[in-house]
Design a binder for this molecule. Structure first.
Ligand code: 2AM
Ligand code: CA
Length: 263
């Protein structure tokens, strides 16, 4: 497999898709809801997924695509080459804020992340990595992450998990929020993974993510030494929904040990 060639191809697709998304603000954006009233999807999410799939099917007919909007393949195993795509991660931000959303793409071979991309569309900032070759912010190589104690860490966490909820004990999470330096909530899992990988925040956790939210970011995170697992400390499921944490080394185990108690 010529990963260098696939990397160039993927980057040009992403840049072209970014251009289409930015221009979409001059068109009508139709907003629908999916699983619940806050789970948004637009015609642009669907158009962008179809754009990727038509190109991938034309140029890499052996590859499969697992896309959020369901226009790709019915992927039941991680065998072969799979493109895991979220055409717009952070659709609520796309609709309400017109910023803070990303294209998220991971290209996996037999379940192993080979290439990862997170493209902050409005800032034209691309985070990317090739397995074993390091991670980059635009063309700048990202340094390996160093250990940071919780007292000096900024944690990406949604306020839902600090309030009583049905998935996790909120007391230990509230304790984490008190002990850390600060919290942020950007509303795009992919962007938060990119921010951990580039040292802008130190950890990010979520109670329910899908493979396309994390596939690209996990390749990038691994290249800078961030640890990405589910909240049980295992490899996240890339065929279904799972809990998720990514953090600097040390901080990852500190949070899991002291602050995570799933219901
Ligand atoms: P999305 O915008 O592509 O749907 C928001 O907190 C983050 O969680 C976003 O990355 C969002 O991705 C993701 N997300 C929102 N609802 C989700 C769901 N039902 N399952 C998995 N991920 C979800
Ligand atoms: Ca999405």
């Amino acid at each position: 497999m010529n990963w260098g060639m696939i990397d160039k191809y993927a980057k040009s697709l992403i840049k072209e898709a970014g251009h289409i998304i930015r221009n979409s603000f001059f068109r009508t954006i139709d907003v629908d809801t999916k699983a619940d009233a806050n789970d948004l999807v637009t015609n642009i999410d669907r158009d962008i997924e179809r754009f990727f799939i038509s190109r991938i099917q034309r140029d890499f007919p052996e590859h499969k695509v697992l896309g959020e909007e369901g226009f790709g393949d019915d992927v039941q195993s991680l065998d072969g080459v799979i493109w895991l795509l979220d055409p717009i991660d952070g659709t609520m931000n796309f609709v309400h804020q017109k910023r803070n959303f990303a294209i998220s793409l991971g290209i996996y071979l037999d379940g192993i992340g080979m290439l990862g991309y997170i493209y902050d569309v409005m800032n034209d900032e691309l985070y990317h990595a090739e397995k074993g070759e390091g991670a980059y912010f635009n063309d700048e190589k990202l340094p390996m992450l160093e250990i940071t104690p919780l007292s000096e860490a900024i944690i990406g966490v949604n306020a839902s998990w600090v309030a009583p909820n049905r998935r996790i004990e909120n007391g230990p999470i509230a304790d984490m929020v008190h002990k850390c330096r600060g919290t942020r909530s950007y509303g795009s899992a992919a962007m938060e993974l990119a921010y951990v990988s580039s040292g802008r925040i130190d950890a990010y956790l979520s109670l329910r993510l899908s493979p396309w939210d994390i596939a690209g970011g996990m390749v990038i995170a691994e290249e800078v030494g961030a640890i990405a697992t589910n909240l049980e400390g295992e490899k996240p499921d890339l065929l279904g929904q799972d809990t998720f944490i990514v953090a600097r080394p040390g901080l990852h185990s500190e949070i899991l040990r002291n602050h995570i108690k799933l219901k």
